[in-house]
Design a protein around this ligand. Structure first.
Ligand code: ADP
Ligand code: ZN
Length: 594
């Protein structure tokens, strides 16, 4: 069988993703490799297809024990003989698996690093005939990486004990230092590196002002009924609050953070994977290696600490290749919170952390295509603007904001730097509230000087002035606004200020998620197929995406296959799944059409 045929027969796909074909050929020729691909880039096929085309057994090392069962279920759902050995099994079960392997009945065997390090394992592997080693999440081998696993250092023993078996190491996150470490420890020649583009065009990117976040989030969710997603928060407390608010409003939400017990955490994770919970409010601890391909959106409640984390976190959405939306809320208060946290680290580290914070801050404030900024951060030069970020879809309208800025700054000057944002806006809008009257602010010259601008627009402008450094805010002094050097220059008319025309929130949300599959989703068939999928998945006790991915269902809903041949043409429908589910889904489509 050729690799192309295996792709179709087992996985139901027509064409390879970038680099997959090259990597598969390279591995089949018996050479080692290091593969760097973004999340969702299709790393698994790079070792699964060679494993299927080679005789005997391939060994996959993965640190994600919680996911092994699902990965193996997914392979079995495609008619592939796969199994795993890890600490979650009973002794009988692992003896049974070992027996199957020794009889040559297993094509892919997943092993946890602990299992590999166990004394008996090398002996067992030496009795097996092994086609290939695949080391998933290979960055865990490096102490420079963000997820170092001491057991991974022992992988070096594989090179000594099995010098002739090809080894493929795969990861989605590895900077130069980590890459060098992987190459050295696993003895992979430098020229055998495959580095895929980090572009994820199906992810929409948007950054919104951090005002009224809950309101914005609710509006966002109202358009995403039943679509699974994650809200990342900076603190444990925040995740709990957020989840409580969503539960109150009838959403199936839960929180997840490192302060919870293991059991509770895996319960939440499991419920999410199986679509029993729609929304997870989580700290960054959540999602490492979450193998849920149908996450449709990610919200960052606060600014992440650097672009690497941000990109990895949004990368968890849309791994099935169907459109997914990401939203980042940005406010100067988050920047301040990060500054404080960085202040606690050692002086040498501070410099690096501050530089990284500065990069994500400028990303959030950017008025050019956001994907350009992200990709250039990863040293890629995209050919043009992406058309799938908020800046591309809704180019900011720049206006001369000098007079606006002067009005606000003058109000701050005339009140002696004692007022906060709401009071400044109150004064500018000529509001007669108690605080303003009692302090005599209704007597100053700027009172009412900005009535022509709405409350919301004023808030937006003030945030922009803050974010651009045209005024300061004293967090330690009741969040009062203060003038700085730039403010004085503006007041003296020595410099001009450009501001962005505030877009109405409604309008902004119109522009995100102009999903191409809206049609299919809207006409209800997709929803029907999704229900059917859930029933079938529950019967087998596997996650829904193991049956079919969202992308496959969307394609089914729009192509509406009428028979087995047409069904096979749907991406993600291989022979095995056609046999298992083809008729059931064809019936459902027929029923829908009548
Ligand atoms: P990674 O491990 O790199 O994050 P996966 O291997 O889990 O990515 O693949 C992500 C998703 O893309 C999976 O649902 C997988 O089935 C799908 N996929 C992989 N390769 C292809 C392909 N050539 N065509 C269509 N879908 C693919
Ligand atoms: Zn763009």
């Amino acid at each position: 069988m050729k690799k192309q045929d295996a792709l179709k027969k087992y996985f139901g796909y027509e064409t390879f993703y970038p680099l997959q074909a090259e990597i598969i050929d390279h591995v089949l020729s018996g050479k080692n490799a290091l593969v760097l691909m973004p999340t969702g880039g299709g790393k698994s096929l790079c070792f699964q297809i060679p494993a299927l085309l080679m005789e005997v057994t391939a060994i996959v090392i993965s640190p994600l024990i919680a996911l092994m069962k699902d990965q193996v279920d997914a392979l079995q759902a495609n008619g592939i003989a796969a199994a795993f050995l890890n600490s979650t099994q009973t002794d009988e079960e692992s003896t049974r698996i070992i027996g199957l392997c020794l009889q040559g009945g297993i094509k892919l065997l997943y092993l946890s690093p602990e299992r590999l390090a166990a004394a008996s394992t090398i002996g067992f592997l030496q009795k097996l005939r092994i086609s290939l080693f695949a080391v998933d999440e290979a960055h865990c081998i490096s102490s420079w990486g963000h997820d170092f696993r001491p057991d991974y250092m022992k992988l070096h023993a594989l090179r000594n004990n099995f010098p002739d078996v090809p080894l493929i190491a795969l990861t989605a996150t590895a900077d130069r230092a980590v890459r060098r470490d992987i190459l050295r420890q696993l003895e992979i020649p430098e020229k055998y590196q495959f580095i895929a583009s980090f572009d994820r065009p199906n992810l929409s990117l948007a950054v919104y002002s951090g005002r009224k976040r809950l309101e914005q989030i609710l509006r966002f969710l109202a358009r995403r009924k039943n679509q699974p997603g994650i809200i990342y928060c900076l603190s444990r407390k925040m995740t709990e609050n957020m989840a409580a608010k969503l539960l109150d409003r009838g959403y199936r939400a839960a929180y997840y953070h490192a302060g919870m017990g293991n059991e509770e955490r895996s319960k939440v994770q499991d419920a999410f994977i199986r679509d029993k919970i729609q929304i997870i409010c989580a700290t960054i601890a959540f999602g490492l290696g979450i193998d849920k391909s149908n996450i449709r959106w990610i919200i960052h409640y606060s600014l992440p600490k650097n672009i690497e984390s941000y990109y990895q976190e949004i990368g968890r959405a849309g791994r099935d290749g169907a459109p997914a939306d990401t939203v980042l809320f940005y406010s100067y208060a988050d920047v301040k919170a990060h500054h404080d946290m960085i202040g606690d680290s050692s002086p040498e580290r501070q410099e690096l952390l501050l530089a990284k914070l500065e990069r994500i801050k400028s990303y959030a404030e950017a008025d050019i295509c956001r994907r350009r900024i992200l990709l250039s951060y990863f040293n890629e030069q995209p050919p043009g603007d992406c058309g799938n970020c908020d800046v591309c879809k809704n180019p900011p309208q720049r206006i001369n904001g000098t007079i606006i800025a002067q009005k606000a700054l003058s109000a701050i000057a005339r009140t002696g730097g004692k007022i906060n944002i709401t009071t400044v806006v109150g004064i500018l809008r000529g509001s007669h509230n108690k605080h303003i009257r009692e302090n005599g602010y209704d007597q100053i010259k700027t009172f009412g000087a900005g009535r022509d601008i709405t409350y919301n627009e004023w808030m937006d402008y003030i945030y922009q002035l803050l974010n651009s450094g045209f005024m300061d805010i004293a967090y330690d002094d009741g969040y009062t606004l203060k003038l700085n050097e730039l403010s004085r220059k503006i007041l003296r008319a020595q410099m001009d200020v450009l501001l962005t025309q505030p877009a109405e929130l409604e309008k902004k949300f119109e522009t995100i998620a102009a999903l191409p599959h809206k049609q299919a989703a809207a006409d209800g068939l997709f929803e029907q197929l999704r229900l059917l999928r859930k029933t079938l998945a529950d019967e087998k006790n596997v996650p829904a995406y193991v049956v079919f991915s969202d992308k496959t269902l969307l394609e089914m809903a729009s192509l509406r296959p009428r028979d087995a041949i047409e069904m096979l043409a749907v991406s993600g429908v291989g022979e095995h799944k056609l046999n298992l589910y083809g008729d059931t889904f064809l019936d459902e489509i027929r029923r829908y059409e009548n």
